[in-house]
Design a protein around this ligand. Structure first.
Ligand code: SAM
Length: 240
């Protein structure tokens, strides 16, 4: 395990982050153990090599830690967190920020709850449900400084899930791949309707990885109309 934790510490420094403490490294190590243990019974991740978990799950999740808006954020939401990515690594790195993780699959949320309990993480909450339903609830609507999401839906659909959660002046950061430019073309209508503007498209090099990871960053400019998100299933069935 030490070899992989050294890789993680070095990778975080390459991203421009601060040196992980022993406590943080222990938490990441324990997270790997829990993930691999439950992955034997549950379909949590196809990635099971330790170095790939460090690169594709941890370092990829942490690739935004140096953004000034992320550094300055207090309330962060992760939509479709699955086994906790990118939300849990962000919370381990930034213990003083408040994280909310949502997923529509109960089993995934139960798994994330186990991780939170075992790692004794504070100021984090999970919500089981669909983004379309949770995004209409007053306590979550337009409340988050930063909303993140990785590998959940094509951009026009994802924007309808995510933007209602972002406060005006906040940001949505989508972790995407090389198809992003085509997705942006297809999402032009959704971008107009939902009250956001593209701030940046950052092609990033995750340390130790040869794949291109792309972060799409959008600024929330105006309030999202109450019509959105439409009822559960609609955004996917007929994207904006
Ligand atoms: N974000 C994680 C990652 O990158 O490893 C998990 C990605 S997994 C491919 C997609 C996750 O999004 C699944 O856990 C699924 O249940 C969740 N999801 C899909 N549609 C959703 C929705 N409308 N609301 C909430 N969660 C959703």
């Amino acid at each position: 395990m030490e070899e992989y934790m050294n890789m993680l510490r070095d990778g975080v420094e390459k991203i421009g982050g601060s040196t992980l403490t022993h406590g943080q490294l222990n938490m990441f190590g324990e997270y790997i153990d829990i993930l691999l243990y439950y992955n034997r019974f549950m379909n949590l991740t196809r990635i099971t090599d330790m170095d790939e978990i460090v690169i594709e799950h941890f370092l990829d999740s942490l690739s935004i830690i140096n953004f000034p808006t992320v550094k300055g954020a207090q309330y962060i939401m992760d939509i479709g967190t699955g086994a906790g990515f990118p939300g849990i690594p962000l919370k381990i790195y930034y213990p003083n920020k408040s994280l909310t993780l949502i997923d529509s699959q109960k089993k995934k949320i139960e798994f994330v709850d186990k991780v939170i309990e075992k790692l004794k993480i504070k100021d984090i909450s999970t919500v089981h449900g669909r983004a379309e339903d949770i995004g209409r609830q007053k306590e979550h609507r337009e409340r988050y400084d930063i909303v993140v999401s990785r590998a959940v839906a094509p951009l026009p659909v994802l924007l309808e899930y995510a933007i209602p959660f972002v406060r005006i002046g906040g940001q949505f950061i989508a972790y995407k791949g090389p198809n992003i430019y085509k997705e942006i073309e297809e999402a032009k209508n959704a971008i107009d309707i939902l009250g956001v503007k593209i701030d940046d498209v950052k092609e990033i090099k995750v340390p130790y990885s040869d794949k291109t990871h792309i972060l799409l960053i959008l600024n929330k400019i105006t309030k999202t109309d109450k019509t959105y998100p439409r009822s559960a299933g609609k955004p996917k069935k007929s994207p904006l």
